[in-house]
Write a protein that binds this ligand. Sequence first.
Ligand code: MRU
Length: 356
Amino acid sequence: MTTDTELQTIELGDIGGEIRILDQTLLPFQVEHRTLASWEEAAEAIKVMRVRGAPLIGATAACGMALAIRSDPSDAAMFKAADGLRKTRPTAVNLQWAVERCLSILACTKPEHRLEVAWKEAALIIAEDKAANRAIGEYGVPLIKALAEPLGGEPVRILTHCNAGWLATTHLGTATAPIYLAHAQGIPVHVLVDETRPRSQGAALTAWELERAGVPCDVIADNAGGLLMQRGEVHMVITGADRVAANGDVCNKIGTYLKALAARESGVPFCVSVPTSTIDPAMADGFGIPIEDRGPDEVLHATGLDPEGTVRTIRTAAEGVSALNPAFDITPAGMVTTLITERGLIKPQHAGHIVG
Ligand code: MRU
């Protein structure tokens, strides 16, 4: 099954050809693609979040390396691009992982052969992500199926945070992969989509993609999850992650930790879906992970469609008010029931052992 055959988050043409992205800053109101003409444009797309979500950031960084080689295959240009791409966003480890992976193979390739090698490596990273999405889905479905059995045809109610859907990857998503496959198999599911302020990736992106795929869902305010869990109206939580430390601590979009606390209190399973490229074996625990600080503007403003159909950004707090905007938080490993990876279901505490 696919989610949206006509849309791809990133498309890599033939060697030296076109690279296109779906511009997520315009969703859900406009569906537009952009061509990335240089590594600088790939870096800009990551930085301003035209592409976002850990696996897609990694794939775009690999494409950025391919674009850098296309314009200049020298060592100097290659290392400059790698450096520029690495600096775009600090938290998702897939970015560093993809740049290092490309560099390690390119550094031992003669400049005249680098274009083909860089393009093929980017294509391989994308292909591996697609396969990982599907495998995560297949390993995750039995968890949903087990919850469905006692419900007698009522839907399994799954809460998710931020966007760990196909928009965050190259195929079925991570958190959404088991959901899409369960839905395709006729297992009734109903997704509770955290709005995910300040950038509203849940309302703007996750709800949009679930709706297009015909998966029943409701957007909920970020503060509603606790009540719904207390009432028994959430059967499981599935999120993605930007980085998982070796000890299994999970770094994901701000607000994930509060959902994990509520889930623990109410006995709701808290699962995190990740490709192994999101596990950082060099990071001993989650508290060493750099947390992106995105500045106050996103918190003090909201963007949406006005009644005339124009997208507008408006200020929601009084002039002069200041704001804090840490973009990610850490959920300790002990609060995570299961990591759903492309290599199987694992205890978060074993994260560091399955990679590196
Ligand atoms: O700031 P974003 O939109 O890049 O944050 C994305 C998330 O936090 C996702 O949950 C995470 O990257 C997992 S994506 C499969």
